[in-house]
Design a protein around this ligand. Structure first.
Ligand SMILES: [Zn+2]
Length: 329
């Protein structure tokens, strides 16, 4: 028999982002595009309470953009004229750190449900409740891949195999892990600090990790989790996690609200109120949302730093020749 060596499927916590909302179309409202710290993952925020002298509007920017484009296309436009027109346009758009940029007003946006008991049982229960709520609201049953991830996670929970990591098996940056041997599931572990995250964000947003790890359990059970092809396994789990995020937060309002409110993302000179782990988690979800909307799960997994293994960790020198055939996948 292969040795009962465990594999940790690590969920690395990374950077951020979401795409936002129809409200940005509001005529006359100053619209500002605010980029995340790494420049790639932007969050659009409508600055509803911008100062009165704010000169920009959607129509104004559009008109000036049209004029600038015409000027660029006109061979008779001098460089000086071009420079002046470009300055008039871009100079009028407030920068993220500009004093003209008003405070962000997210009144009326959907917010994440903050309910939590800061335990695994409550997270399971609320995941189910959110699934049922979405089903009744949208009249569409949960996608089978989500349901199965929940059910396989639930099976491990019912067997007493879902808990917090109190023995330091996970690193600081690992939110959770699905542990397994060549022949069986060992369980799902959440980082011991995961409770802090539940306390700040509630079980609704925390459940994304539950569904992710449950997706690994699902794939292991159906034979599509290969210990060597780590990236493929992560693509499958992130795809399901993204679908779950879309179910919970179809317009990305909850995530954007939480990022802005707790971590000050998109708010000039704001400081994060929440601990680093919480903001990193929100960034991580935003990253899943960003890549998911582009159906770029390979890019997500690449960016998060996952790498395939060079050899099957269940195949050891003392294993019989057919050991690899018994390993998952
Ligand atoms: Zn994973």
């Amino acid at each position: 028999m292969p040795t009962a060596r465990l594999i940790f499927w690590a969920l690395l916590v990374g950077v951020f982002c979401p795409a936002l909302p129809a409200a940005a179309e509001l005529e006359g409202a100053p619209v500002v595009s605010v980029m995340g710290d790494d420049g790639r993952y932007g969050q659009q925020v409508v600055a509803m309470s911008a100062a009165p002298e704010q000169p920009t509007s959607v129509t104004g920017i559009k008109n000036e953009t049209d004029e600038l484009r015409d000027a660029v296309l006109d061979p008779n436009t001098s460089n000086t004229q071009l420079y002046e027109q470009a300055s008039a346009l871009f100079g009028a758009i407030p920068r993220r750190d500009s004093s003209r940029m008003g405070s962000v007003n997210l009144h009326g946006w959907e917010k994440p449900d903050p309910a939590t008991n800061m335990d695994v049982q409550g997270m399971m229960t609320r995941t189910k409740e959110h699934m049922l709520r979405s089903w009744s609201e949208h009249k569409v049953p949960p996608k089978p891949e989500i349901l199965e991830a929940y059910q396989y996670g639930g099976g491990l929970h019912a067997a007493g195999l879902m808990s917090y990591d109190t023995k330091g098996k996970l690193t600081k940056n690992q939110l959770g892990a699905y542990l397994y041997t060549a022949t069986s599931a060992v369980g799902i572990l959440f980082n011991d600090a995961f409770r802090v995250l539940q306390a700040w964000l509630g079980d609704e947003l925390a459940s994304a990790t539950l569904i992710h790890e449950g997706a690994h359990a699902r794939d292991h059970a159906n034979g599509s989790l290969n210990p060597v092809e780590v990236r493929k396994g992560e693509v499958q789990a992130f795809r399901t996690e993204f679908e779950w995020l879309k179910t919970l937060d179809p317009r990305g309002e909850k995530l954007a609200w939480a990022r802005t409110t707790y971590c000050g993302i998109g708010v000039p000179n704001a400081r994060a109120k929440a601990p680093g782990l919480v903001c990193e988690y929100l960034q991580h979800l935003a990253k899943i949302q960003y890549h998911g909307e582009r159906n770029d799960f390979d890019g997500l997994v690449e960016q998060l730093g996952y790498a395939d293994r060079k050899e099957n960790p269940f195949q050891t020198v003392s294993d019989p020749p057919d050991a690899a055939g018994k390993s998952p996948g």
